[in-house]
Design a protein around this ligand. Structure first.
Ligand code: ADP
Ligand code: MG
Length: 384
């Protein structure tokens, strides 16, 4: 996280006012990929990369938002909030303001400074971090608060409805509700959750492949469509099955032959991933790291072979980690087709692990990766 005292003077100098400061973290998903829209399970952790939001009131009827990351300031009218995003970074904070206004709040004029060290657009959810930090800041100015799960929903709506990006609830939920040194098993059906402790001697090593492929027919929507088609086949026999969350591997054995081959594979990933994710939380709670590592490996190859959402580079990053000292488990994390892998690594080996993995990957793939050694951090809060 950036230094809050530097941040404070930055806001003071620009706006000649004392800010109230809030911080919201990015996240990494340990296991549970493409299970959220099937009303299944995910297990992310908030990380110690975060976005700061500093807010102070104004008396000129304006909303002024400044991002230190972009070195850019935007001005809006507090009485006439925009109704839709324009494809600019300010969509994220303004989307939160618009959603809160839609909930019946009067949005007062304010100055907002934003500054984050979550890498932008790398799959570590800088978008949820900026939304949640803004929401905390705005709500404090308005003088109200929401329960964590409700606030997460409001921020998700800002991204879905205002920014226009289809994302599940995971990112905002963990940014609000994360806990230091814990992962969080989230049931995407009812937003109930359980914290699972990550031992103090375990680091989260996040390795960015530095590639993001656009694959013909390999996007989020196609995958979602294929798995929903599989669900419809099962539901035609068992009407109680509304989402793949409700389906079992036995259902696939019985009715898989009625599905097209791709749908069958996608469903097999999602159904088995739900089982793995719940088992992974159990393993973490019991301190059974060996089992957790095994589940992460199975999850990766299911994601790669059945869901076909990996790529040569991400498979290489996972393979090259396998025999490095200290590794507990490795897999591709996030939406797929590139992005980051998450590696659970014994803390004392983390530095050497990161260095060796970076070297191996550069040799094999010809790209210098970015590798971050992280810890599970707490969710959004006020910074004194
Ligand atoms: P990810 O969430 O994986 O980082 P997204 O594409 O969902 O990637 O969100 C990244 C976008 O969020 C950026 O392009 C930018 O518009 C916005 N954003 C995130 N953090 C900041 C920030 N500190 N200042 C301004 N905009 C930000
Ligand atoms: Mg995002």
């Amino acid at each position: 996280m950036h230094d809050p005292s530097v941040f404070r003077s930055m806001h003071r100098e620009r706006f000649e006012a004392e800010p109230a400061i809030f911080v919201a973290p990015g996240r990494v998903n340990l296991i549970g990929e493409h299970t959220d829209y099937a009303e299944g399970f995910v297990m992310p952790a908030a990380i110690n990369f975060a976005t700061l939001a500093g807010i102070s009131p104004r008396n000129d009827g304006r909303i002024v938002v400044y991002s230190e990351n972009y070195g850019e300031q935007r001005v809006f009218s507090a009485v006439e909030l925009p109704g839709k995003g324009i494809g600019h970074w300010s969509d994220y904070p303004m989307g939160v303001a618009a959603v809160l206004a839609g909930e019946g709040h009067t949005i007062p004029p304010f100055s907002l400074t934003l500054w984050g060290d979550v890498p932008l657009g790398s799959g570590l959810s800088s978008s949820a971090a900026i939304e949640v930090a803004t929401a905390f800041a705005l709500l404090s100015l308005i003088g109200t608060a929401y329960p964590g799960p409700v606030l997460a929903r409001l921020c998700q709506r800002a991204e879905n409805e205002f920014v226009g990006a289809s994302c599940g609830i995971m990112d905002q939920f963990i940014s609000v509700n994360g806990r230091e040194n814990h992962a969080l098993l989230l049931d995407c059906r009812d937003l109930s959750f359980k914290l699972a402790p990550i031992p103090a001697d375990v680091a989260l090593v996040i390795a960015n492949t530095m590639v993001k492929h656009s694959v013909a027919g390999g996007d989020y929507k196609t995958r979602r469509g294929e798995s929903e088609a599989a669900c419809a086949v099962i539901a035609s026999h068992r009407p109680g099955v509304r989402f793949l969350r409700d389906a079992t591997l036995e259902d696939l054995e019985q009715w898989g032959h009625e599905m097209d081959s791709k749908s069958l594979l996608r469903a097999r990933h999602i159904i088995s991933e739900n089982l793995r994710t719940v088992a992974a939380a159990e393993a973490l709670c019991k301190g059974d790291l060996e089992k957790l590592g095994r589940l992460m490996a199975e999850a990766h190859w299911s994601y790669s072979r059945d869901f076909e959402a990996s790529c040569v580079e991400a498979d290489a990053m996972v393979e090259l980690a396998q025999d490095l000292p200290g590794l507990i488990g490795a897999r591709l994390t996030g939406g797929g087709f590139g992005g980051c892998t998450v590696n659970l690594v014994e803390q004392e080996s983390a530095g050497q692990f990161a260095e060796a993995l970076g070297k191996r990957y550069a040799e094999r793939v010809g790209i210098e990766p970015q590798i971050h050694i992280c810890q599970a951090a707490s969710g959004a809060h006020r910074v004194e």
